[in-house]
Design a protein around this ligand. Sequence first.
Ligand code: HEC
Ligand code: HEC
Length: 300
Amino acid sequence: MKKALKWIGIILGSLIVIVFIVAYVLISRWDSRTEKKYDIAVEKLTIPGDSMNIARGKRWLPLCQSCHGEALQGKVFFDDPKIGTIYSPNLTAGNGGIGNKYKDEDWIRSLRHGVNPEGRPLVIMPSKDFHHFSKEDLVDLIAYLKKIPPVDNIKGQNRIPAFTKILMQLGAFGEIISAEILDHKAEFQIAPADGPTAEYGKYLVQLVNCQECHGKEYNGGKSPDPNSPLGPNITAGGNIGKWSSEQFMKTLRTGTTPEGKVLNDTFMPWKHIGQMPDDYLTGIHAYLHSLPKKETAKLN
Ligand code: HEC
Ligand code: HEC
């Protein structure tokens, strides 16, 4: 009896040691990925300061607001007692913001390559999606960002428990280090002519990355946010199949679908997507309707 207990003790003890070693290895791998230095050959672009460019750049503001706040002043981007707290940085030139420090090449490095001015990879910031911006659109966006009104807001300290680092290392939240997966030498994409077309809708859908939450084939997916409901099927096989482009637009402007479902803005950023001009939402609707009609993916 004593012998058996001793062996159980040894086995349990060894298991605990193994779990600690695995956890340690996963955490240090995560840390080394986020501390890695990237030396990026940033594209040389001239950022004009005229009002035309600034006005055109403002079109893209909704793509940033859901994470960086209405005035891009930075905010608590994610907060969960178990998983941790993550702040998004203040992008303005106010106190605590990056606006005064950033040079043109820093904006390009962050937005297009997902790397900060010190060469550290940005985490969560979706540069892998913004990499799809055409050269002209990126230039306009930066022209606008350089002119946003300063707001004082000092970024809080992120709290990322060891357990969350393990989950991140295991890929539980998806590809959250854009710098690792981007082809940093790729040419700029050419944007189609802007208008209410499926072609332009496709361009927009890449920038917002509807697939991240609605699935690779748009027929349903799991959002990277562990607290989120499933992303519904947005091919013609889902509710959208029955919606006219006006109904689609109304859904994204009001957050209520023709079926009467109220969409939660914390998980489905309709308040920001819905700020896009009519033509753009019409284009997105046309693109989604041009996709193969799919049955809803089986997810659990
Ligand atoms: C899904 C949420 C999300 C969206 C959308 C998003 N960001 Fe970010 N962004 C973040 C987070 C989180 C960080 C902090 C990353 C870090 O420090 O590792 C960040 C960092 C940045 C940085 C680097 C700041 C620094 O400290 O050097 C810039 C610049 C930036 N974002 C600009 C933008 C712009 C412009 C847009 C819209 C076109 C945008 N972001 C959209 C979440 C987001
Ligand atoms: C960050 C994750 C995320 C992104 C990005 C996202 N969605 Fe969603 N979407 C959701 C979730 C989650 C729901 C379900 C919300 C709920 O149940 O409250 C949803 C619901 C919807 C609905 C309602 C569908 C129905 O049948 O009721 C539509 C339409 C929609 N999204 C369109 C889009 C489009 C178009 C894009 C890209 C331009 C997009 N979404 C980007 C997460 C996302």
